[in-house]
Ligand binder design. Structure first.
Ligand code: DX5
Ligand code: ZN
Length: 213
């Protein structure tokens, strides 16, 4: 299991310190939540702050777009050379085109599914994707409770990707902790995002170690 702490739960007054600390504590990716106040009822990080995060991070960035105008935001963040950019299928009319565009920029493309969106929504996109991010909370805020029905969806997605594109990773985001990580791994998850669990823990290292199952 790869571990991607979400900096949404970091101490924004000490962002450089916290980003360096999670990287030194052994995380695999740094998860960055970009919200535009339209697709979700919250507003978070723009390119100025994310470039400061990129400058402090010694691990690759995993940028999660929760926005209405995906292409505009891809162009805004591409110069920071993230490992992944993920966009929501619910907000994109031309997902194939955007996947190809992200890949042409040298960035690995990923699609996000909201809790109510079925696994089959990405069936005909799986062959072109490097990762599918399954939301296990409604996007917009850290610290929410895990929605149990997504576990069944992860299992369906796992069977689909095994047939279509076994290299496509499955990522989970929302309400992840040491309590549910083993069950998520069994269901087929390869990458976990964890915000409040990591940043509220007494030790970033112990928290990240506990998710490396
Ligand atoms: C929610 C974000 C998540 C959030 C996860 O919209 O996409 O990445 O930071 O936070 P926790 O782990 O606290 O649920
Ligand atoms: Zn996220």
């Amino acid at each position: 299991m790869l571990v991607a702490p979400s900096v949404l739960s970091a101490d924004f007054g000490n962002l450089e310190r916290d980003v360096k600390a999670i990287c030194e504590a052994g995380c695999d990716l740094v998860h960055v939540d970009v919200m535009d106040g339209h697709f979700v009822p919250n507003l978070t990080l723009g390119p100025v702050v994310v470039s400061a995060i990129a400058a402090s991070a010694t691990k690759p960035l995993d940028i999660h777009l929760m926005v209405e105008n995906n292409t505009f935001f891809v162009e805004l963040f591409a110069p920071l050379k993230p490992e992944f950019i993920s966009f929501h299928i619910e907000e994109e009319k031309n997902p194939h085109r955007l996947i190809q565009y992200i890949r042409s920029l040298g960035i690995r493309p990923a699609i996000v599914l909201n809790p109510h969106t079925p696994a089959e929504a990405v069936e005909y996109l799986l062959s072109d994707l490097d990762m599918v991010l399954v939301m296990s909370v409604n996007p917009g805020f850290g610290g929410q409770s895990f929605i149990d029905t997504v576990v069944e969806k992860i299992k369906r997605l796992d069977s689909l990707r095994k047939c279509i594109n076994p290299d496509c990773l499955i990522e989970i985001d929302g309400g992840v902790s040491d309590k549910n990580i083993a069950m998520l791994k069994d269901a087929g998850v390869d990458v976990c995002v964890a915000g409040s669990y990591v940043f509220k823990h007494e030790s970033f290292k112990k928290a990240i170690d506990s998710l490396h199952v």
